[in-house]
Design a protein around this ligand. Structure first.
Ligand code: 5GP
Length: 178
């Protein structure tokens, strides 16, 4: 499946080194606090798996699934909860773990939704951020990499449900789309 990539933007080693850095900062921030990691399915599975293993402490994890993209490559702006959290987050420090922030629409919506449940705090960590995200008011506390405005796959990110298993992040060759 690597042959379908046009260009590798971020290698597996770069991802792991960055997550180790972020884990250190996150661990310091939440030391002694009741923290819950909330992953956004499905894209965040790889970030969550590697980030939680990079953390020096044990933390509970929960998942939400929302729909924002169909099988295309542009944001629909429509957010719908497909799977809600199992846990009650009131009084907890919630850290949303995301794969990518593009328009930020999805994340703003998720954040507002979680904030309405009386948590102690809500912060966001994302592996990737696109330039569009800078234009909207979405306060992302930790960002792994700022990437150009291109559609990327790999490391949890899909194109029509494919390529999530790639170990690196890259752009797809044009032949894949046609
Ligand atoms: P936003 O609402 O920030 O525009 O979009 C967020 C969601 O869109 C992400 O969680 C992700 O599922 C999807 N998305 C945004 N950009 C990309 C991209 O470059 N590649 C893939 N595969 N998904 C993307």
């Amino acid at each position: 499946m690597g042959a379908d990539l046009e260009r590798v933007l971020i290698t597996e080693d770069e991802i792991h080194a960055k997550l180790a850095e972020l884990a250190e900062e996150i661990a310091a921030e939440y030391a002694g606090k009741d923290v819950l990691l909330v992953g956004v399915l499905k894209g965040a599975v790889m970030v969550m798996a590697d980030l939680m293993r990079a953390l020096p402490m044990t933390v509970p994890v929960d998942w939400m699934a929302v729909s924002s993209y169909g099988s295309g490559t542009k944001s629909s702006g429509v957010v719908r909860i497909l799977k809600d959290l199992d846990a009650d987050i009131s009084g907890k420090h919630v850290l949303i773990v995301e794969d990518i922030v593009d328009s930020g629409l999805t994340l703003s919506w998720i954040r507002a939704n979680l904030e309405s449940r009386n948590p102690a705090s809500v912060e966001i960590v994302t592996l990737l951020r696109k330039p569009e995200a800078a234009k909207v008011e979405v306060d992302v506390r930790w960002v792994g990499f700022d990437i150009p405005n291109e559609f990327v796959v790999g490391y949890g990110l899909d194109y029509a449900e494919q390529y999530r298993g790639l170990r690196q992040v890259g752009t797809l060759a044009p032949h894949v789309y046609s």
